[in-house]
Design a protein around this ligand. Structure first.
Ligand SMILES: O=C(O)CCC(=O)C(=O)O
Ligand SMILES: [Fe+2]
Length: 226
C-alpha cells in the first residue's frame, strides 16, 4: 500500500523544524547508505548525534504518535529514529531498495524495514524536481507533497528521488517495523478499519458492527508479532 497522509505536521512544527535544520550540521548522505545505494546517493543528511537532530526527531515522533491514520496504516511495532535529508540543486538519489534491517547507530535497535516513509518539510513551490518515484505493481508513482504531509510505502519497493533543479528539498525519512509484517495483510486491516469507522458513524455500534470490529481484532491477534 502506498498512502498519502496529509498534515502530519502543523505549521508551528514545520517552522520549528526548518529553524532547527537551518542551524544544524549536515554531512554527506552516504554515511547511512549501503554499498549499492552509496553509489547513487547524492544528498546531505543531518548528523544524527547533534542536539538539533534530537529535537527534530522528537517533533516528528510526537506528530506521528497523535496521528490515527498513521497508526491504522502502519500498525507500528518499532519506528527507526527519524533522519533528515536535503537535496540541493543537482542532488538526487538513484534507484534502490532500502536495506531490509537497519541497526540504529546510537541505540543499537534493529528495525526490519516493512514500511518506508518520507515526510516533506520544504514547501513544494520552493524547489523544482525532487519527486520521490516509487515503482509498485501499478507502475511508477510520482510523489511530491505539501509541507507537513507524508507518504508511506512498502519497504520492498524500488524507488528513487529525481534531481532537484532549483532550491532545496528538505524531508524527514524513516522506516517502520510493523506488527503486521505482510503488506497485503496490513492493507486489508487498514481497509477494514476504515470501513468499520464509516459504519460506526452511519449506524452506530449495532450487533453486526460489534462483531465486525471483533473480526478486525481477531485478525490482528492471528497475525500480529508484538
Ligand atoms: O528522500 C527521500 O524521499 C527518500 C530517501 C531514500 O530513499 C533513502 O534514504 O533511502
Ligand atoms: Fe530509500
Amino acid at each position: 500500500m502506498l498512502l498519502h497522509i496529509p498534515q502530519v505536521l502543523n505549521s508551528a512544527e514545520l517552522l520549528e523544524l526548518r529553524k532547527l535544520l537551518a542551524s544544524a550540521n549536515w554531512a554527506d548522505g552516504k554515511v547511512t547508505a549501503g554499498t549499492q545505494s552509496e553509489q547513487v546517493k547524492r544528498n546531505i543528511q543531518l548528523l544524527e548525534t547533534s542536539a538539533e537532530a534530537e529535537q527534530a526527531r522528537q517533533i516528528v515522533l510526537k506528530a506521528l504518535s497523535r496521528n490515527a491514520l498513521f497508526f491504522s496504516a502502519a500498525l507500528p511495532k518499532k519506528i527507526y529514529p527519524p533522519l533528515f535529508n536535503q537535496y540541493r540543486e543537482g542532488m538526487d538519489f538513484g534507484a534502490h531498495i532500502d536495506n531490509s534491517v537497519r541497526t540504529h547507530a546510537i541505540s543499537g535497535m534493529h528495525v526490519r524495514t516493512d514500511i518506508s516513509c518520507t515526510l516533506f518539510i520544504a514547501d513544494p513551490e520552493s524547489y523544482e524536481g525532487g519527486e520521490l518515484v516509487i515503482e509498485d505493481t501499478y507502475g511508477h508513482q510520482m510523489v511530491k507533497l505539501p509541507a507537513g504531509d507524508m507518504v508511506l510505502y512498502p519497504g520492498t519497493s524500488l524507488h528513487h528521488v529525481r534531481p532537484v533543479t532549483r532550491g532545496a528539498r528538505l524531508a524527514s525519512f524513516f522506516w517502520i517495523q510493523s506488527m503486521i509484517r505482510e503488506d497485503a495483510q496490513r492493507t486489508l486491516l487498514f481497509d477494514m478499519d476504515a470501513a468499520i469507522a464509516t459504519l460506526r458513524e452511519q449506524v452506530g455500534d449495532n450487533a453486526a458492527v460489534i462483531r465486525l470490529t471483533g473480526n478486525y481484532h481477531n485478525l490482528i491477534r492471528m497475525w500480529a508479532d508484538t
